[in-house]
Write a protein that binds this ligand. Structure first.
Ligand SMILES: *[C@@H]1O[C@H](CO)[C@@H](O)[C@H](O)[C@H]1NC(C)=O
Ligand SMILES: *[C@@H]1O[C@H](CO)[C@@H](O)[C@H](O)[C@H]1NC(C)=O
Ligand SMILES: *[C@@H]1O[C@H](CO)[C@@H](O)[C@H](O)[C@H]1NC(C)=O
Ligand SMILES: *[C@@H]1O[C@H](CO)[C@@H](O)[C@H](O)[C@H]1NC(C)=O
Ligand SMILES: *[C@@H]1O[C@H](CO)[C@@H](O)[C@H](O)[C@H]1NC(C)=O
Length: 489
């Protein structure tokens, strides 16, 4: 395909340029134990992230990174919708940790613009990429806003806590007992590829949301859900007996036509850092909510210990082991999404540190060593401050988006590991009795408004479904070619 050879050529140009620039490396130096140094470094990377937000483009939509200018000046690559939700959540955390409010207006506008027709982060414009995990990344952003006492929206707009509850209730309604003894499917819409897949990130995010809502509101129903999701994840083997978190299982083909398949063996045994992190932080929130329950102490500790070997080197530098090799002589093969996963493990380790204080001496040296290595990759680009992907290399590597700007995932990840180092002095997440001001509505999201009901009840959408199928095929084709050049590159 023309597209892939062009992009491969670009990638190697970027690599060459990278090696030229890294000899005159500027980089970002950071002492993670010094608050001034940490603030300067974090802000520098936050501004790099800001430079990627395309709000000066004619096609811009608030809350979407969309198509990004590539090195050849052609807009031919994009970011999925979920990653923008993740970025907004990261900026909520940035404001909390640094006090720098310069991105707050962008965040508020984006979080409100993407709520969709029914105020539940199921906008029909995102039908093709609406996984439960995609929706949940937006929910994490509004949950953080509630827990961090981020400025509330005007009273005629949906409120942060209400939005988080709406997503929770939507997902609870999709819990599927007919297959695999429970669990959320990856995709929301039955025509999307991946509707047969029950994966760690969708279920792990639902678990973490339940744990956080329980702690914030004190409402035990959320905790009961969280425990159910967690126990199911262990029973099904997504969390293994050694506490490895595997990616997921496909519902087997329904050969006898009874519409149910109780056994879903875990076949996708990749380990991704955000899967491990999302369960770890959820367990830590449960530990905190239950005021130190022995089960959650044990689970938190076991999940934490299991993170070392896949996701940290022996000198405590975080890496995305499935696509970011160590020793560091090979090029990383992470795709656009995977390039951001270390951001969430960083964020989730910081939550764990505060929610389960017995983890602190384990977590802190890893946050510190990873922050120094991550900042050292920020020596790309003509200003010598564009960040790379593989922290183990301690120098800029490459980005499919070109060396001039670098990638969203790379900058998100470096920003989040840097700001996580403020954890030793930061105020913990509040609850509705310790300073929270966001207004909730436990019934949010339980009305009839939902993407599935619209697609299922409106006869005029039959054509749309066929259209969606064709578009899915196009998107899959693009994904395949992207994967092709990433693997070959
Ligand atoms: C928008 O800003 C980016 C980054 O500064 C720049 O590369 C791009 O050319 C700008 N686009 C327009 C339409 O001005
Ligand atoms: C906190 O939330 C719970 C559950 O929604 C509610 O019963 C309680 O009144 C709330 N407390 C405050 C101080 O708002
Ligand atoms: C819950 O979190 C708070 C805030 O970090 C902490 O002070 C408290 O000790 C935690 N609870 C337990 C049981 O560790
Ligand atoms: C703690 O976890 C171990 C698995 O590593 C398990 O054998 C043990 O029963 C657990 N204890 C509790 C109290 O949950
Ligand atoms: C607790 O949460 C459940 C589930 O969302 C909800 O149905 C119930 O009304 C909530 N109770 C209170 C007191 O807010």
């Amino acid at each position: 395909m023309k597209f892939s050879s062009l992009t491969r050529a670009l990638a190697s140009t970027a690599l060459l340029t990278a090696s030229l620039f890294s000899s005159s490396a500027v980089a970002i130096d950071v002492d993670p134990t010094n608050q001034d140094s940490l603030f300067a470094a974090t802000q520098e990377v936050a501004l790099k992230l800001r430079a990627l937000y395309p709000d000066n483009e004619t096609w811009f939509v608030a809350g979407e990174f969309g198509l990004i200018q590539t090195a050849d000046g052609k807009n031919n690559q994009g970011y999925y919708w979920w990653e923008a939700g993740a970025a907004m959540g990261a900026w909520v955390e940035y404001w909390h940790y640094t006090g720098d409010d310069q991105f707050n207006d962008i965040v508020t506008t984006a979080l409100l613009n993407q709520v969709g027709e029914d105020d539940n982060y199921e906008p029909s414009a995102q039908t093709l990429s609406l996984g439960n995990d995609d929706q949940a990344f937006w929910a994490l952003a509004v949950l953080s806003a509630a827990e961090r006492v981020f400025p509330n929206p005007p009273s005629d707009k949906p409120q942060w806590l209400t939005l988080a509850m709406a997503v929770f209730n939507r997902q609870a309604s999709r819990w599927d007992e007919l297959n695999c003894g429970g669990g959320l499917r990856w995709q929301v819409v039955s025509t999307n590829a991946g509707y047969d897949y029950k994966n760690a990130i969708s279920n792990g995010l639902f678990f973490q949301m339940g744990a956080r809502l329980a702690r914030y509101t004190g409402n035990a129903t959320y905790a009961e859900w969280a425990e159910k999701v967690y126990d199911w994840s262990k029973t099904t083997g997504i969390i293994s007996s050694e506490y490895k978190v595997y990616d997921g299982s496909h519902i087997p083909t329904d050969t006898n036509g009874d519409g149910m398949e109780p056994d879903c063996p875990v076949t996708e045994v990749y380990q991704w850092s955000y899967n491990a992190g999302v369960y770890l932080a959820g367990a830590a929130f449960m530990y905190n909510y239950t005021d130190g329950d022995a089960k959650w102490e044990n689970e938190t500790n076991n999940l934490m210990q299991a993170i070392q070997s896949p996701f940290f080197t022996s000198d405590y530098i975080m890496r995305e082991s499935a696509c970011d090799p160590a020793p560091s002589d090979k090029a990383a093969t992470c795709n656009t999404d995977q390039r951001s996963f270390k951001a969430y493990l960083s964020r989730f380790l910081a939550y764990t540190y505060q929610m389960a204080p017995f983890t602190q001496s384990w977590i802190l040296p890893r946050l510190q060593a990873s922050a120094v290595a991550a900042a050292a990759t920020c020596n790309g680009g003509s200003d010598g401050k564009v960040c790379g992907l593989a922290w183990v290399k301690k120098t800029y590597d490459s980005s499919p988006y070109g060396i001039a700007v670098g990638g969203l995932g790379e900058h998100l990840s470096v920003m989040e590991i840097l700001q996580a180092n403020f954890i030793t002095t930061a105020v913990p997440p509040v609850t509705n009795t310790t300073g929270g001001t966001s207004v909730g509505d436990p019934a949010a999201g339980t009305g009839t408004g939902s993407l599935e009901s619209k697609l299922q009840t409106d006869p005029s959408t039959t054509g749309d479904k066929a259209g969606a199928g064709i578009l899915t095929a196009i998107v899959l084709g693009l994904l395949l070619s992207l994967t092709y050049w990433l693997l070959r590159g």
